[in-house]
Design a protein around this ligand. Structure first.
Ligand code: NDP
Ligand code: GDR
Length: 354
């Protein structure tokens, strides 16, 4: 068996794609775990041109026995748990499913690992959403948590369970507390890609405005390609620990929309007062580009995140390289290209709602 064998759960997601690419470049044998389904969604791996280099294995976090059997069979040296019901908004509608996958799914993984390959190294995809209604600014590894959604509550269980297995059984288990990271491979339901995709279509047809919710929300947005390097670095250290990965900068959804529109040559003019916008028009034509929809608001939202990644910088030598303007421009240009290519074959779930 090759020395470096990585199992990535959630390989079909945004981070799964970038992490697969990184590990393949580093000479790993990459096992990409996808949900057992007739046709897994491989468009991201396709876009990165790495689909043929990955050994695909079926795995559902809802089923303990398939995890245990898989671990026994392939005996990975590193396990990256990226699989999750990761859409915060959906977790309000599906709290039980979210808890089953995002919380108990991690218990299944850790327990299967403890009983079959306790020597393997484990990465858990934790999140800045655990800080929620933030109790300090900026947030670091010592900031108390205050989750604001069923998603964040489930992730908090998984975070503490990861620490608990490390402390109880001496397992090499790390929790990466990652702030929002985006890319052209981001899921269409998340606000950054929804804005870029919606504006690109609007710029072609000047048709339906893009429907958004809370545009005052602020996020610490980085580039996913930078963040997967941090995941890998965590598992290469002498001992397991938990790390925040973030840019340290924060921007509002409103600012993101303005920057994306500007890349596309659209100058947004907001209507309504700040914090109570009703939409935005194109300054040059007066046509409506963005519409605020109450249906896009959440029962509880995280108003502002801003991370402090000093520990990762000092211990791992990790920094976020792609800045906000560069990230927005990268995503906006990718969507303009896609809009010119016609309907998105890889986004069958796209409904215009996020
Ligand atoms: P995505 O939503 O793009 O990918 C999630 C992946 O999980 C998909 O491959 C999905 O498979 C898979 N999955 C969902 N349910 C199951 C299940 N029951 N069994 C097995 N696989 C399942 O997420 P990202 O790539 O953006 O994020 C990766 C991880 O990092 C997630 O855990 C997320 O919560 C976390 N995170 C993400 C951040 C971000 O800004 N991107 C920030 C902090 C944490 P399918 O294709 O079949 O749906
Ligand atoms: P988030 O990302 O909830 O931070 O979770 P998302 O892009 O969904 O929302 C960011 C903020 O934008 C506001 N918003 C909208 N959001 C969406 N999706 N659609 C809209 O139309 C819209 N209008 C305004 C939201 O209210 C929110 O405040 C992401 C996910 O990747 C999680 O899995 C991860 O853990 C966190 O980032 C860190």
């Amino acid at each position: 068996m090759p020395d470096k064998r990585a199992l990535i759960t959630g390989v079909t997601g945004q981070d799964g794609a970038y992490l697969s690419k990184l590990l393949l470049e580093k000479g790993y044998k990459v096992y990409g775990a996808h949900r057992p389904t007739a046709s897994p969604n491989l468009w991201r791996l396709d876009e990165l041109k790495i689909q043929n280099q990955i050994d695909f294995v079926p795995l559902d976090l809802l089923e303990f026995s398939n995890i245990q059997l898989l671990f026994e069979k392939i005996r990975p040296t590193e396990i990256y748990n990226l699989a999750a019901q990761s859409f915060v908004s959906k977790s309000f509608a599906q709290p039980l499913h979210t808890g089953d996958v995002d919380a108990l799914g991690v218990a299944r993984l850790l327990e299967a690992m403890r009983t079959t390959i306790p020597e393997a190294r484990f990465y858990q995809a934790s999140t800045s959403e655990m800080f929620g209604k933030v109790l300090a600014v900026p947030q670091n590894e010592n900031t108390p948590f205050y989750p604001r959604s069923p998603y964040a509550v489930a992730k908090l269980y998984a975070h503490w369970l990861t620490i608990n297995y490390r402390e109880s059984y001496g397992m090499f288990a790390c929790s990466g507390i990652l702030f929002n990271h985006e890319s052209p491979l981001r899921g269409i339901e998340f606000v950054t890609r929804k804005i870029c995709s919606g504006l690109a279509r609007w710029s072609r047809s000047q048709g339906a405005p893009v429907a958004l919710g809370n545009v005052s929300a602020r996020r610490d947005w980085g580039f996913a390609g930078d963040y997967v390097k941090g995941m890998w670095l965590m598992l290469q250290q002498a001992s397991a620990d938990d790390y925040v990965l973030a840019t340290g900068q924060t921007h509002s959804v409103r600012e993101f929309a303005e920057a994306a529109a500007s890349t596309m040559g659209i100058q947004l003019e907001w209507q309504g007062s700040e914090g109570a916008e009703v939409g935005a028009i194109d300054y040059n034509t007066g046509k409506k580009v963005i519409e605020i929809h109450p249906s896009e608001l959440r029962p509880a939202d995280v108003e502002c995140t801003q991370g402090d990644a000093s520990k990762a910088r000092i211990n791992l030598g990790w920094t976020s390289e792609v800045g906000f303007e560069e990230l927005v421009a990268m995503m906006a240009r990718a969507e303009l290209t896609r809009a010119h290519q016609g309907p998105l074959r890889h986004d069958p779930i796209f409904t215009g709602q996020g």
